[in-house]
Design a protein around this ligand. Sequence first.
Ligand code: BTX
Length: 324
Amino acid sequence: SELRKKLLDAFSRSEDEYVSGQFLADTLGCSRTAIWKHIEDLRKEGFELEAVRKKGYRITKVPERITADEIRLGLSTKFLGTQIHYEESVGSTQKIAHHLANEDAPEGTVIIAEEQLSGRGRMDRKWHSPKYTGVWMSVILRPNIPPPKAPQLTLITAVAVVQAIEELTGLSPQIKWPNDILINGKKVTGILTELQADADRIISIIIGIGINVNQQIEDYPDEIKNIATSLSIESGKKLQRAELVKLLLHKFENLYLLYLEKGFYPIKLLWESCAISIGKTITARTITGSIHGKALGITEDGVLMIEDEAGKVHHVYSADIELS
Ligand code: BTX
């Protein structure tokens, strides 16, 4: 907002000096109580400020960012992330990605934002994407594979996310088919794969990845407090999101190239080694009904196989699953 800009300008001009609350109030034309609220908002966004009586405020740390430059620095991928579109605030990075894909954006284009105001999950669900705390990104891929194989890309992405998180934090995330990544049973990442295709040909696959990084429990709305977690909550550290993005792009590109060269089998093995549901009794809720039984594994195409109590094996293409 305009006031926010004035506030940051006032701090920028004063460099390392303290800026008094009264001065800020005069500059912005508002009360000192209003200034105090603005300062609290800055803190929520990751700014660190020192407040000293009779002197005023001083910014001691600006929040880390995931701008294109920050991600490119030290990035050694061949094509993934060579084009990065960075936005401070968007509705959904998926929407921008679809638009860019239609404008012939090259394979590997990444769209990343500090905040999404209408981040989406599957089936029109919401994805909570608060500012400066997570990785909200979409990747455009154009693999030469038949459309029914597209769900494999979700599984490749999940393995890449797990590898990147493991390397950055030492934590061991687990995958819940098809697209959830959990730590200690709570969701840390969601993946949304969307397709632009003709009957027999993929034009582009837009892969949306949402990773909770530096949120704390109190940052979550009530409806997801009990099911969501973040890398910071689980590791007890504040993490550099740009580092995570770099690692992810790197792992993702390697797995994707492996997949294009050798097919899905090597990915399937990696995926199964970090899946929680395999071998367990689960309930899968699909749009046509629920299936209860033992998760046997995934097929070559990434389809989940469940054996029900009567011994019948069901192939599940899309569902929400619960361990039971
Ligand atoms: P999903 O449908 O599997 O999960 C959505 C559900 O997860 C919600 O209904 C809610 O219960 C829960 N949820 C919402 N926000 C969070 C969160 N931050 N952490 C944990 N749980 C949450 C998952 O869909 C796919 C999400 C993809 C998000 C990315 S972000 C970049 C890209 N742009 C965009 O709009 N979506 C994708």
